[in-house]
Design a protein. Structure first.
Length: 258
């Protein structure tokens, strides 16, 4: 991963706002010696027409636009891309709860000032560094060695004499590792939840539970242990609640410092 390059999208129907963000972000890149590519979109429709999952480091998305709103656009983005950092731009804080429901990285009041944007960019760089240093699962599949960050693993499933490991882009790898060895490696990572004997899923990709079935992004579903179904679903709900609370505290703390 090239940590010196950032690929940014700005979606706003007001040219003055696009110009302001462009100037501030380029100042930030110059000060921090970063290579920065900025893509400008004047509507949510224009952005979605050319959007490809995981194509941007971060997306600055205006909420109030003619036609599709920023919330409408992000709902479509999250259906295929769970990780891209999304920063909402708005003149009102009334949509903040919805922003966190869509796993927004941050929420900036317009007009965005330089200090606030610099702080967000600092956080984005820290996030990228954390991702590059995050734990990785190292394994062999088809005579090739792979190293995949835990955050990119959607599920691990025991299948006959091997394990199937699926990453966030839909690739499935078959490896001779044992299920118990995988569980041991994931032991200190609370993202992974065992649904049944032989099935581990990353809770970041769970969309909901329904009638004894766990539904993941990408139209993937697994049955849940009937005896422990309520307990398993509650673990996921507690995980989601904890994640939202952390983001809200971070937002509040940032605003207290402004």
């Amino acid at each position: 991963m090239d940590m010196s390059h950032l690929n940014i999208a700005i979606v706003d129907d007001i040219q003055a706002e696009l110009d302001n963000l462009n100037n501030v972000l380029n100042d930030y890149a110059a000060i921090n010696q970063l290579e920065l590519t900025i893509h400008f979109f004047h509507s949510a429709e224009e952005f979605l027409a050319s959007y490809q999952p995981f194509g941007f480091t971060a997306i600055f998305m205006d909420i109030f636009m003619e036609g599709l709103t920023g919330m409408d656009a992000v709902e479509q983005i999250r259906a295929v891309d769970s990780d891209t950092l999304i920063i909402f731009l708005t003149t009102s804080e009334e949509h903040m709860p919805d922003a966190f429901r869509y796993h927004a990285y941050d929420y900036i009041r317009k007009p965005a000032d330089k200090e606030r944007l610099f702080a967000v960019m600092d956080d984005i760089l820290k996030c990228r560094t954390a991702v590059s240093n995050s734990p990785k699962l190292i394994f062999t599949s088809g005579r090739r060695d792979y190293s995949i960050p835990y955050s990119d693993i959607v599920f691990v499933r025991a299948e006959a004499n091997y394990l199937g490991i699926m990453d966030k882009t839909g690739n499935i790898y078959k490896t001779r590792m044992t299920f118990s060895s995988i569980k041991e490696k994931f032991g200190g990572d609370n993202r992974f939840l065992q649904l049944l004997r032989g099935i581990l899923v990353n809770m970041e990709y769970i969309e909901n539970f329904d009638k004894g079935t766990c539904h993941l992004s990408g139209d993937i579903s697994f049955p849940v242990n009937v005896r422990n179904a309520k307990k398993i679903e509650q673990i996921w709900r507690n995980y989601v609640f904890s994640r939202i609370r952390k983001k809200q505290r971070g937002f509040i703390n940032q605003n207290n410092l402004m």
